[in-house]
Design a protein around this ligand. Structure first.
Ligand SMILES: Cc1cc2nc3c(=O)[nH]c(=O)nc-3n(C[C@H](O)[C@H](O)[C@H](O)COP(=O)(O)O)c2cc1C
Length: 334
């Protein structure tokens, strides 16, 4: 399948693995790239730029296919040394970066000088248009369904993607709620050039996270995510658990007066506890509504092959058939 995204990034399938804190290590990124998609190492999970350099080197040992790095701009007073991270990314030969969190405008000259293609992940058409305006090469449009930070507009992909398609000139992928061949075909039908997946890739054998995390995802349904930190305008969609219930209770008690310090215990330092130790109930960790569609833990390769086979079958068989015999014949002989 060729789309503007496969062309732009030189990949076989239009499937990207979004940056994921404490999940997006070299092993997962390489597995996704080896399967024909685009894997991304999550930059800030590496505590220093030097460690990121080492993680990139590890991925190079595991794949000779293109892979990239996610750089998330966090709402923090203690900003990581982003320019140094970008320098390490560039020096280690990375040519694809996914930015997220807020506009990468300030760092675009650094990316462009290094010949890096930037795909910016954002949750609204206005932010996508801004990304296009400041020179991003592509956009990842994250709908309300998504795991992680859906923004504050609450527009699901059924509406957001066609609006993005009408407004944007650069290629874009659909992010949030993507799980299988049906999602990929739907995303393409709505105007996207591919998909970005987070939660689905966590429940794979190649994801370097504790088995408890994968089990929690297989057991959860579409009713089991919650939005937290909305009063702080830093909304995050997470898997519900006792730690998350505690956050929601504090949010109800404090109302508009809430400060990040009030929920510090349930949000700070949670990822290593969850992903490494398997303590899945301690607090907020991102998970999309798509968890309702996750029922197994395949390898990344099995997952990607399955998505592509299913997409092809839907397009040539089910959709083709519904158009009648003439079109079906044309598709079969094409
Ligand atoms: C466990 C987890 C951690 C994530 N961490 C990050 C992150 O550090 N930076 C980022 O840009 N996005 C992060 N995301 C969001 C994903 O990259 C992706 O945009 C999102 O998961 C897409 O929605 P989906 O989960 O429905 O596929 C995370 C998602 C998950 C599930």
């Amino acid at each position: 399948m060729r789309t503007r995204i496969t062309e732009l990034f030189g990949i076989e399938h239009p499937i990207i693995q979004g940056g994921m804190h404490y999940v997006g290590f070299a092993s997962l990124a390489a597995a996704v790239s080896n399967a024909g998609g685009l894997g991304l190492i999550t930059g800030l999970t590496q505590r220093t730029p030097e460690l990121l350099g080492q993680e990139i080197a590890k991925a190079r040992e595991l794949t000779d296919k293109p892979f990239g790095v996610n750089l998330t701009f966090l709402p923090t007073f203690n900003a990581p040394p982003y320019a140094e991270y970008i320098q390490v990314i560039a020096e280690n030969g990375i040519r694809i970066v996914e930015t997220a969190g807020r506009s990468p405008e300030e760092y675009m000259p650094l990316f462009k000088q290094a010949g890096i293609k930037v795909i910016h992940k954002c949750t609204s058409v206005r932010h996508a248009l801004k990304a296009e305006r400041i020179g991003c090469d592509a956009v990842s449009v994250d709908g309300f369904e998504c795991g992680g930070h859906p923004g504050e507009d609450d527009i699901p992909n059924m509406i957001l993607l066609p609006l993005a398609a009408e407004a944007l000139s650069v290629p874009f992928v659909a992010s949030g709620g993507m799980a299988d061949g049906r999602s990929l075909v739907a995303a393409l039908a709505l105007g996207a050039d591919g998909v970005n997946m987070g939660t689905r890739f966590v429940a794979t054998q190649d994801a370097p996270v504790h088995e408890n995390v994968k089990r929690a995802l297989v057991e959860a349904t579409e009713l089991d995510t919650r939005l937290v930190m909305r009063p702080l305008r830093n909304t995050e969609r997470v898997l519900n658990n006792p730690g998350v219930e505690r956050i929601r209770q504090i949010e109800r008690e404090k109302g508009d007066a809430i400060k990040i310090d009030d929920i510090f215990e349930q949000v700070a330092g949670v990822y290593p506890k969850v992903m490494v130790e398997g303590e899945v109930d301690v607090g907020a960790w991102s998970c999309g509504l798509v968890v309702g569609l996750i029922r197994d833990v395949p390898t990344v390769k099995e997952l990607v092959d399955r998505i592509m086979n299913e997409a092809e079958q839907i397009i040539t068989d089910r959709l083709g058939r519904s158009l009648g015999a003439t079109v079906q014949n044309a598709l079969e002989t094409a």
